[in-house]
Design a protein around this ligand. Structure first.
Ligand code: ZN
Length: 406
């Protein structure tokens, strides 16, 4: 069996061949690989009974036959990858719904709503340090200044979009209005180990995490590592270890909060000199703003206490902040029901990574299904899912679509 799962895996392999050379998949906005993928994708969408259009932002949009007076469900994910990424991050959310729509088409089943299947041109932003280009165009939040962003060779995003056959001047007109759309649904690999640890193929996303980043400096005093008595030192590295411990401690003891000290720069970074300065980053993520803000306050209070006797000065500033996006309750309930209809236990989990839903939430209700991935691994050539999980998720999506009412 696994007819749908097998079709999804076959298309995933075919799509992954459109990649720059090297390990894994590298496919960026407006590249030759992107253009080549669109040729295949257009054909596959047409075979699924969809009418296909490349829009001004380089999104490939496939539409089901129009149901007069019905609103539109947008289903999609991104065609682009990180450098040396995997086969499923993004593409699974295009190919899995495509196979489901093709199956429904072949069975002569019609839906109560219009469906637009969208292969977003750019979400990861590996070429132009952009993000959510395709989805922000549909949501009406695209920043036109991005068109002047350049890649490593000085090519602008506008030029890359034209090369693809898109029309950057027309992006503003792509914005949908909320009354035209009944929701946005994305299928995505989990990129984490939760579903695997629970033994479940698929789960319902409750929220896309909020995130904040801080730049922290610890200022101590350099000194000879042999001659300065331990009691007279102002060692910035020792102070930094307290910050690392505090972040880890607070995140371990706060539900729905994760965090990391991911960067650390030591000055002067010499084997026999007491570190005079450490610059580091703190990143906190939570699906709940109130938890994140409370954790920030508690964390910096704790750090101040831990550093009180260190003789080191603490400087910090917030460098980035993005609030979470809650997935709509109705969509969560509908997706849970579809999972149970397909014979699985419905589990809800939050997304610790960003997705196109961050942009689409400006337009409409957002729902997401996560598919179990092997070892929780993503953004990596070894990213992997099973044919059984692809089949299970396709069955869930089929139930969800057939349950929809006008
Ligand atoms: Zn993704």
């Amino acid at each position: 069996m696994n007819t749908l799962g097998t079709a999804i895996m076959t298309l995933s392999e075919a799509a992954a061949r459109h990649s720059e050379p090297g390990p894994g998949v590298t496919r960026v906005l407006g590249s030759a690989e992107h253009r080549a993928l669109l040729v295949d994708l257009r054909r596959w969408m047409q075979e699924a009974g969809l009418s296909v259009e490349l829009d001004a932002a380089g999104n490939l949009v496939g539409r089901t036959p129009t149901v007069e007076g019905a609103r539109t469900l947008i289903i999609g994910s991104h065609q682009d990858s990180v450098r040396q990424g995997g086969k499923y991050d993004g593409m699974l959310g295009i190919l899995l719904p495509l196979v489901v729509l093709q199956h429904l088409h072949q069975q002569g089943k019609t839906l109560a709503v219009n469906v637009e299947l969208v292969a977003f041109s750019d979400e990861e932003g590996a070429r132009f340090s952009s993000t959510l280009v395709g989805s922000s165009a549909l949501a009406g939040t695209f920043d036109p200044a991005l068109l002047e962003a350049t890649d490593a060779n000085g090519i602008t995003m506008a030029e890359a979009l034209r090369e693809l056959g898109a029309n950057p001047e027309g992006i503003a007109e792509l914005a949908r209005t909320p009354d035209q759309v009944c929701g946005y649904l994305e299928v995505h690999i989990e990129q984490g180990p939760v579903l695997e640890s629970l033994g479940l193929p698929v789960g319902v996303v409750t929220a896309i995490t909020g995130i904040e980043r801080h730049a922290v400096s610890l200022i101590g005093k350099a000194g000879h590592a042999g001659t300065t008595p331990m009691t007279l030192r102002r060692d910035a590295m020792v102070a930094a270890t307290q910050v690392v411990q505090a972040v880890d401690h607070h995140c371990r003891h706060t539900e729905d909060l994760v965090g990391v000290v991911g960067e650390l720069v030591v000055t002067p970074n010499a084997v026999n000199v007491i570190p005079s300065r450490v610059d580091l980053t703190i990143e906190l993520r939570s699906p709940f703003t109130e938890i994140r803000l409370a954790a920030r306050k508690a964390l910096f209070g704790d750090i101040a206490q831990r550093l009180a006797s260190s003789g080191c000065e603490l400087r910090h500033r917030l460098t980035y902040q993005q609030s979470e996006v809650r997935c709509a309750d109705t969509l969560q309930q509908q997706l849970s029901r579809a999972i149970e209809q397909a014979g699985y236990k419905s589990h809800r989990l939050f997304s610790g990574a960003g997705h196109d839903g961050l942009a689409m939430a400006h337009l409409t209700d957002v729902g997401m299904l996560f598919v179990r991935c092997k070892d929780g691994l993503s953004h990596h050539p070894d990213e992997s899912i099973t044919v059984e999980d692809a089949e299970a998720t396709a069955q869930v999506l089929t139930h969800y679509l057939l349950n929809l009412e006008a």
